[in-house]
Write a new protein. Structure first.
Length: 172
């Protein structure tokens, strides 16, 4: 049994991002607690929520000079692809694949929040980006040119952590 408990240590100081992350933890834990009858619907709910979660972060990056191909956005897509692959297995009755993937997310999420999301939130705060309006209070703090890395910090651009490796480790 994998556990993921929300704590203030996971908070990054961007209200909308933190609220979404609280919801992610709750939905992931609901999958953890699901009976076989509940499992696929709860996994779909988590996928739908994660799509919105990632779409929002990707939009904030596009709004603030990240290239569409930046590594954080690419990482989001890889994780969602793996989750959807898990759903396909689940629909064929391979519930263990979904459960194992969900367990992997308990490890993946704090790593992602601590690295890519933390770097993004630091950058958004530094440039004064408002997630509600899309306005940037300090555009002069933005780097020149498009950002291809993960953090928006050209000195310490973070190395991407690998997406959940559940698909490759589920024995299919
Ligand atoms: Fe996030
Ligand atoms: Fe993210």
């Amino acid at each position: 049994m994998s556990t993921l408990v929300w704590s203030d240590d996971l908070a990054l100081g961007i209200e909308q991002m933190d609220q979404t992350h609280v919801e992610f933890v709750e939905l992931r834990n609901a999958v953890e607690a699901a009976t076989d009858e509940q499992l696929l619907q709860r996994w779909k709910d988590l996928i739908d929520h994660t799509q919105i979660h990632f779409d929002n972060e990707d939009k904030w990056m596009r709004d603030t000079n990240f290239a569409a191909s930046n590594c954080h956005t690419t990482h989001h897509k890889a994780v969602l692809d793996v989750m959807r692959e898990g759903l396909n297995y689940g629909l064929k009755g391979h519930f263990v694949v979904v459960r194992k993937m969900n367990a992997e997310l308990a490890t993946w999420f704090p790593q992602h929040a601590d690295t890519m999301d933390a770097a993004l939130s630091d950058y958004l705060k530094r440039i004064g980006y408002d997630t509600a309006t899309g306005q940037i209070a300090h555009p002069e703090a933005m780097p020149g040119g498009q950002i291809h890395g993960c953090s928006g910090n050209t000195d310490t651009d973070l190395v991407a952590t690998e997406p959940a490796e559940a698909a490759s480790s589920c024995g299919h």
